[in-house]
Design a protein around this ligand. Structure first.
Ligand code: PXP
Length: 238
């Protein structure tokens, strides 16, 4: 059974477009839970372009499934995570100028920072996932540093323009998944997954959790959050 983490950032994006109080991501989280979400995922970005500190606080008090906080490996964010105590933190890279997260966190280049962050979060009892590219050296170092899980970045697979390219990227994800399988870490994946490309990723051997945002929020505009989540959950577990 694949666990579905529903990322509700873009409900907050619509609210912030008018700097008002609606739509409320807290309401979206409740509807996502009713649709079968196993986890609510939010990314508190440094520039607060969508999710706000208030959202993280209220979600922590109201979410009944697991709460997964995506955050940069920065001291202020880590302190906030420790104060909030989500069930899981996923460490992600972050650049102010990017439209969305553009690639995995480079654990090799940021080894000491990531090492300290994992310890700080785990000492607070938080399950730590690292968002990384499907690359053997990144996976092996994640295991060595004691991460509880890795979330493989599926953006390159999702952006593939041809079926050959998509098949090649799926193969890269499958190879990476096998490396994760040889460690004690859980296997998660996410980014750019949609109703039309999710099935092969969900069916990768050992896959446990997918985090999906933009596609679910987009569909929810037309069919409602509950129905959008229900359909994605069905596809994840064909
Ligand atoms: N996983 C991680 C680590 C992310 O940063 C994001 C985007 O915030 C997602 C999953 C969800 O990506 P998408 O919105 O493309 O489904």
């Amino acid at each position: 059974m694949i666990k579905l983490g529903v990322n509700i950032d873009h409900v907050a994006t619509i609210r912030q477009a008018r700097q008002t109080t609606e739509p409320d991501p807290v309401w979206a989280a409740a509807m996502a839970e009713l649709g079968g979400a196993d986890q609510i995922t939010v990314h508190l970005r440094e520039d607060r372009r969508h999710i706000q500190d208030r959202d993280v606080r209220v979600l922590r008090d109201t979410v009944n499934v697991k709460m997964n906080l995506e955050c940069a490996c920065e001291p202020t964010m880590l302190d906030l995570a420790v104060k909030t105590l989500p069930d899981q933190v996923c460490l992600v890279p972050e650049k102010r100028e990017e439209v969305t997260t553009e690639g995995g966190l480079d654990i090799v280049a940021n080894r000491d920072r990531v090492d300290r962050a994992i310890k700080q979060l785990q000492d607070a009892g938080i399950f730590v996932s690292l968002f990384i590219d499907p690359d053997q050296s990144q996976i092996e170092l994640s295991a060595k540093l004691g991460a509880d899980a890795v979330e493989l970045h599926t953006g390159t697979y999702a952006n593939a323009k041809t079926s050959d390219e998509r098949a090649a990227q799926l193969q890269i994800l499958e190879t990476a998944a096998a490396v994760v399988g040889s460690t004690k870490m859980q296997l998660h994946a996410g980014h750019g997954l949609t109703y039309t490309n999710v099935v092969p990723v969900a069916q990768i051997e050992g896959m446990l959790e997918l985090n999906i945002g933009h596609s679910i929020v987009s569909r929810s505009v037309f069919v409602g959050m509950q129905e959008a989540v229900r359909e994605m959950k069905r596809l994840c577990n064909l």
